[in-house]
Design a protein. Structure first.
Length: 262
């Protein structure tokens, strides 16, 4: 039996992470196993401690626990501190990191080869928190954050020079290079309420949800935009977590191609 890792969240049942880490482990000959832990909404810290006490080495954290994971860590990386959200726990050291931002940036630059200066980011939850800094570092001159609960978008934007917040019904009519849906609306077949005409050709519409055509992606496609789901980000953030745990950087392209082909 290899070292034990897992994804912890609620829900987790349909995650592709175990498959991705199994592919990385096989390709790099690392002896590890990677499972799923569905923690009760009021039992995150207890579930982490139970896994650690049983010998677990590391965890990926997904919704809705990324902010709670941040609060739980003894040490956090600079990018997790900036995000105030943690998606990777190294249990031996009690440290936390956030690989969502670098995962998205690598997917955009290396897999999709997209260039952008103006970005509209939809959502202000754990996923959105993790990517604002990385988008600005990757060349965005302006990141507008829109969220159903506007106060959360305002609080997030206030932490980054270059970011601003907006209500959905007050979005500017400008043509963004990139619109990223970092809401969980697609999981329940809903879309953020964008004004008509905002999605258009010449932009990339990116949904962090993966494995389905969300109403957001369907609307973007109808408007003539280039579209992409979040599978590339998932594989890239997983590779960075794998590197943090094992000190070995797996290749992502073969795994992404395999998952896309499946
Ligand atoms: P979260 O912390 O629970 O935040 C959810 C966000 O979605 C909030 O901003 C919420 O708005 C918004 N929202 C939910 N339902 C909505 C609706 N019907 N209309 C408009 N906005 C809605 O979740 P998260 O951790 O940020 O994750 C968000 C999504 O990204 C999830 O679907 C997750 O699976 C995905 N994700 C993918 C990757 C990847 O690697 N591909 C990585 C991270 C996350 P309020 O604040 O108003 O409630």
């Amino acid at each position: 039996m290899g070292d034990r890792y897992a994804l912890i969240g609620n829900p987790v049942a349909h995650s592709q992470s175990p498959r991705i880490h199994a592919e990385f482990a096989r390709a790099t000959s690392q002896p590890l196993e990677y499972g799923l832990i569905e923690a009760p909404l009021d039992g995150f810290a207890a579930a982490v401690e139970h896994f650690r006490a049983a010998g677990g080495k590391g965890l990926n954290v997904t919704l809705p626990f990324k902010q709670e994971a941040f609060a739980l860590c003894r040490h956090v990386s600079e990018r997790a501190r900036v995000a105030q959200a943690v998606n990777t726990l190294v249990l031996e050291t009690g440290s936390g990191d956030n690989t969502d931002g670098v995962g998205l940036a690598r997917d955009l630059a290396q897999n999709l080869k997209v260039e952008f200066t103006t970005v509209l980011l939809l959502g202000a939850g754990g996923a959105a928190q993790g990517v604002v800094g990385a988008l600005l570092e990757a060349g965005a001159e302006r990141v507008v954050i829109a969220n159903r609960t506007v106060s959360k978008a305002s609080a997030l934007a206030a932490r980054f020079p270059g970011a601003s917040a907006c209500a959905y019904d007050a979005l500017p009519g400008e043509a963004f290079d990139l619109v990223i849906n970092a809401t969980s609306a697609g999981l329940s077949d809903q879309a953020p309420p964008l004004p008509p005409g905002l999605l258009r050709s010449g932009m990339l519409a990116y949904d962090m949800v993966y494995g389905r055509e969300t109403p957001f992606l369907a609307a973007a496609k109808r408007a003539g935009a280039r579209t992409c789901d979040g599978l590339g980000m998932l594989v890239e953030q997983a590779a960075e977590s794998f590197f943090l745990w094992r000190g070995v950087r797996p290749q992502t392209r073969p795994v992404l191609e395999k998952l896309r082909g499946a």
